[in-house]
Ligand binder design. Sequence first.
Ligand code: SF4
Length: 114
Amino acid sequence: MPVTKAEAALLSRRTGMKVEDFTWSNKGILTLMNSDITKACMFLLTDSDEKYAEGICSVYDIRPKGCQMYPTVLDKHDMAIIDDGCPYGKEFPEPSEEDSITLLNLEERLMRGE
Ligand code: SF4
C-alpha cells in the first residue's frame, strides 16, 4: 500500500518504528512492507500466511488514505472502481465520482513525493 510521507511519519510516531523499517521505495513511491512471516502488510495482526487470511489492522485509526479507500482503486482511465482482486468487493457500494477525485488527489501527492 502506498503511503504519503506524512502518513509514514504518523505511523512511525505511533509504532516507534523507523520509517525505513516499515516502508520501501516502489519506483520512488513510499510503500508499506509486507511481513516475511505472514506475507501480508506488516501492520496486519494475523498468525496465518494464507492469502486473504483474516486479521486486524494494528494501526486502524491512523491507517493511510489508500487503506481507507480500499477496495476502491483507480482504473487505467482514472475512474474509481472496486478492485476485482478483493474477495469482498461485491459487499461495497459502487464508487462515486468523489471517490475518483479523492484517489486522483492521493495519487498526485504520492507522485510528487509528498
Ligand atoms: S489497513 Fe492496516 S493492515 Fe491493512 S494495509 Fe493498511 S495499514 Fe496495513
